[in-house]
Design a protein around this ligand. Structure first.
Ligand SMILES: [Zn+2]
Ligand SMILES: [Zn+2]
Length: 663
C-alpha cells in the first residue's frame, strides 16, 4: 500500500524505529535537526520592531527542505513527531511555518519510543503549543543578542574570533572563581589522634576511636609538638566508656534519574562526561535492535527535569520487585519524589521503557557503553521503588581523664534497595564496634597521631559542575552538556583528568566580562532570566517584555565597553633578535605568540613553545599550544612543513581517554 501520511522527526535512527512501529501507511522522514534558524553572519533580530527574528534556511539544509516538500505532496496528513520539549516543538513549528504554510500539520508527542506509546500518541495529535514555541524563540533571540554584542568586545581586547554566550559565560565564571580560590588557598596544618582500643573481656575485639574533645573543648592540635605531648600524657590513662548510643537509621533510595542526576552519576560511577552520557542515552532512547521484530526505545526521553513516573510504569516495577525480591522489598505505597517548582509537568523521569528488559538479557545487543548506562538507569529506577535499607548505628564515647574519644560504626540490618543499587561504594561498613557496656574499662593497644593539611576546594568535574549549575538555577536539561562542550571547544577550560581547569584565555575572557558586564555574569540575574524564559512557556510572561527589559541596560553596558576597552599589551623580558626592542605577548587566532613591540616596523614574531620536542623523526621542531574550531591541541613549530598534532603532550598520561573523548 502507498504511504498515506507523512511523519517528520529530527533523527534518522528515530525515523527508522518509528517507521517500523507505524507500518506501511506512514512515511517517516528525518529533518536532521534544525532546518531554519537565525542567519549566521548577522544579528537577524529587528530590535526596533519588538525583537522580530528573521529566520533563514540553514546553509546546506535546502536539499532536505525541498525533499520534505516533495514528500508531503499528496499525503493526507502531516505529523511532526520531534522530541517532547521546547527544542522539538520549535523545530517542528519552524517546519510547519516555513514549508507547509497552507497544509494542516499536527504535533505528536511521546516520551518513549515503544509501540504502545507511539500508537497512543497518534490518537492525541494536537496543534502546536505556541507558548512553548515562544519560550524557545525568546531564549534563542536573547542568546543571539548577547553573543552578537559581546564577541566583538573580546576581539577588541584579546583576539578576533573569540565568542561569549549568555549561560556559558556564567558557567565559566563559576570555574574561574573556583580556580582563584584554589590559587589563594593556604593549607593549614592540623593533627588527629586515633586510639586503637580493645575490650578487656572476651572476645577481645579491637576498634578505633578518635580524639574529639580535650577538657570539653573541641580538640584542635596544630603541630607535632602538641600531638606528641598529648600522646605522652595519654599513655598512663584509663580508657572508660562514658556513653553508648544506638540508633536505627533508614537510608532511602534516590529518585529515578533526571538529566542532571544522570549526568552526575554517570560521571561518578562510569567516568562518562556529560556529552558522552547524553549521546549514549539518546541511542538508548531512539531505538535499539534487540532481536525482536522491531527496534525499540529502551529508555524514556533523556532531557527532563521531572522525576515523575507514569502510573503504568510504577505498577509494572512494583510487580517486578515483589516477584524478584519479595514483599519485604516492596513499600506499601509507591515512593513519590518531589517535582521541582518549574519542572515541566508533562515530563517523566529517565527510566527503562519495560522492566522486563533486564540489562543482562540485552547485553548481547548493546555496546559495552550502552550496556553500562542502561544498567545504571534500570537499576536506579527499580531501586527508587523499593524499601529503605536499615542500619544500626552505634556511637561510643570514651573518657581518658580529660580526653574524650569517640567511636562510631554501623551495621546493616536489612539491605532494602541496596540489593539493586549502591549509592556510593565507601558507605559500606568499616569500623565494627563490639558489644560494649557503660563504665567498661578498655585496653589501649596503640595511639596513632597523624598529620593533615586543610585542602582547597576541589576543581569542578562534569558531575559537580552540573550539580552546581542546577542548584544555581542556571542551564536546563537540554543545555548542561552543551555548556561544558562549548567552553572546551573555545579553549576557555580544559578537562584534565576529569576536572575543569580554566585556561589563561578563559581567565582573560571571564575577567573582561565580569568587569564590563557584571549583570550578565551575575548568577542570580542569569537564574532569574532562565525563570522568566521558562514562564513564557506557561503563558505568564510575554516574550517581547522579557527581551525589552533585558536589552536596555545591556545595550548601555555594551556602549560603555565599546568606548573603553583597549587592546591588552603584555610585556616580557624577551628581546627581539632582529632589532633589539622588547617582545610583547599577542594573541592570534591560533593561540598566543611573541611579537616585536615595534610592530609593524619590525615584523619579527616567535612562537611560545611548550619546550617539548616534536616526536616526528628528523623534525627538530617543538610543540606549541594551538586552538582551532575543534578546540585545543598541540601542533609543531615547523608547521606547515611538519603536520604533527596531538591532544596531549607526548609522554603525558592518556589514562583518562574516555573523558577526553569529546566528539
Ligand atoms: Zn623587532
Ligand atoms: Zn614536527
Amino acid at each position: 500500500m502507498k504511504d498515506k501520511h507523512l511523519v517528520i522527526v529530527e533523527s534518522p535512527t528515530k525515523a527508522k524505529t518509528i517507521s517500523k512501529i507505524l507500518g506501511s501507511e506512514y512515511e517517516v522522514v528525518s529533518s536532521m535537526g534544525h532546518l531554519i534558524d537565525l542567519p549566521q553572519k548577522e544579528l537577524g533580530v529587528d530590535i526596533e520592531k519588538d525583537f522580530t527574528p528573521s529566520y533563514v534556511t540553514i546553509p546546506g539544509r535546502q536539499k532536505i527542505l525541498t525533499a520534505l516538500k516533495k514528500d508531503a505532496k499528496e499525503k493526507d496528513k502531516i505529523f511532526v513527531a520531534t522530541d517532547p520539549d521546547r527544542e522539538g516543538e520549535a523545530i517542528g513549528w519552524q517546519i510547519k511555518e516555513n514549508i507547509f504554510k497552507k497544509k494542516k500539520v499536527q504535533r505528536v508527542v511521546f516520551h518513549e519510543i515503544t509501540p504502545a506509546a507511539i500508537k497512543e500518541a497518534f490518537k492525541h495529535a494536537r496543534d502546536f503549543d505556541e507558548n512553548m514555541v515562544e519560550a524557545q524563540a525568546g531564549r534563542r533571540i536573547l542568546d543571539r543578542i548577547v553573543g552578537y554584542f559581546l564577541s566583538p568586545l573580546l576581539w577588541k581586547k584579546i583576539v578576533r574570533g573569540l565568542s561569549a554566550g549568555r549561560v556559558q559565560s556564567v558557567a565559566l565564571k563559576i570555574i574561574v572563581e573556583r580556580e582563584k580560590q584554589i590559587q589563594a588557598f593556604l593549607p593549614q596544618e592540623y593533627w588527629e589522634i586515633e586510639a586503637e582500643l580493645q575490650k578487656s573481656a572476651k572476645p577481645a575485639s579491637p576498634f578505633l576511636a578518635k580524639l574529639e574533645k580535650i577538657a570539653e573543648k573541641k580538640a584542635e592540635i596544630k603541630n607535632k609538638e602538641d600531638a606528641d605531648r598529648i600522646v605522652n600524657d595519654l599513655q598512663e590513662k584509663k580508657f572508660v566508656i562514658s556513653d553508648i548510643t544506638q540508633k536505627e537509621k533508614n537510608r532511602y533510595p534516590d529518585a529515578p534519574f533526571i538529566t542532571s542526576t544522570l549526568q552526575q552519576e554517570s560521571f561518578n560511577k562510569l567516568r562518562y562526561n556529560a556529552t558522552k552520557t547524553m549521546i549514549i542515552a539518546q541511542q538508548l532512547y531512539e531505538g535499539i535492535d534487540i532481536g525482536e521484530e522491531n527496534p525499540v526505545g529502551l529508555i524514556t526521553y533523556m532531557r527532563t527535569d521531572s522525576p515523575r513516573v507514569a502510573p503504568e510504569a510504577i505498577k509494572e516495577v512494583r510487580g517486578h520487585i515483589s516477584k524478584k525480591y519479595g514483599k519485604k522489598y516492596l513499600p506499601e505505597t509507591p515512593n513519590v519524589y518531589k517535582v521541582k517548582k518549574l519542572a515541566q509537568e508533562a515530563h517523566e523521569a529517565i527510566r527503562p521503557t519495560a522492566v522486563e528488559h533486564a540489562p543482562e538479557s540485552l547485553e548481547k545487543f548493546l555496546s559495552p557503553e550502552q550496556y553500562k548506562l542502561y544498567e545504571l538507569i534500570y537499576n536506579r529506577f527499580v531501586a527508587s521503588q523499593m524499601t529503605p535499607a536499615r542500619f544500626l548505628t552505634t556511637t561510643v564515647d570514651i573518657l581518658a581523664d580529660k580526653y574524650l574519644f569517640s567511636a562510631s560504626g554501623s551495621t546493616m540490618i536489612f539491605e532494602g534497595f541496596t540489593a539493586v543499587y549502591e549509592k556510593n561504594a565507601e558507605e559500606k561498613e568499616k569500623n565494627k564496634i563490639p558489644e560494649l557496656e557503660k563504665n567498661e574499662v578498655l585496653n589501649l593497644l596503640k595511639l596513632d597521631p597523624s598529620q593533615h593539611f586543610t585542602k582547597p576546594p576541589p576543581r569542578y568535574s562534569d558531575s559537580s559542575l552540573v550539580k552546581a549549575l542546577e542548584e544555581e538555577g542556571i542551564g536546563r536539561p537540554s543545555t548542561y552538556a552543551p555548556i561544558i562542550q562549548t567552553l572546551i571547544l573555545r579553549d576557555y577550560i580544559r578537562r584534565i583528568k576529569g576536572y575543569f581547569n580554566p585556561t589563561e584565555l578563559g581567565f582573560k575572557v571571564c575577567d573582561l566580562l565580569v568587569e564590563y558586564f557584571p549583570k550578565i555574569m551575575d548568577l542570580k540575574f542569569t537564574a532569574q532570566m532562565e525563570e522568566e524564559l521558562d514562564e513564557i512557556e506557561e503563558g505568564k510572561f510575554d516574550r517581547v517584555k522579557v527581551l525589552k527589559e533585558f536589552y536596555q541596560p545591556f545595550k548601555e553596558s555594551v556602549d560603555f565597553a565599546q568606548a573603553n576597552i583597549k587592546k591588552e599589551v603584555v610585556t616580557t623580558n624577551e628581546i627581539c633578535d632582529k632589532c633589539g626592542k622588547p617582545m610583547i605577548i599577542k594573541w592570534g587566532r591560533r593561540g598566543k605568540f611573541l611579537s616585536c613591540s615595534d610592530f609593524p616596523t619590525c615584523k619579527n614574531s616567535k612562537s611560545i613553545t611548550s619546550g617539548v620536542k616534536c616526536p616526528e623523526p628528523n623534525c627538530g621542531g617543538e610543540l606549541i599550544e594551538r586552538r582551532s574550531k575543534r578546540g585545543f591541541f598541540y601542533g609543531c613549530s615547523n608547521f606547515p612543513k611538519c603536520r604533527f598534532t596531538s591532544k596531549d603532550l607526548p609522554g603525558e598520561k592518556k589514562a583518562e581517554k574516555s573523558l577526553e573523548n569529546e566528539e
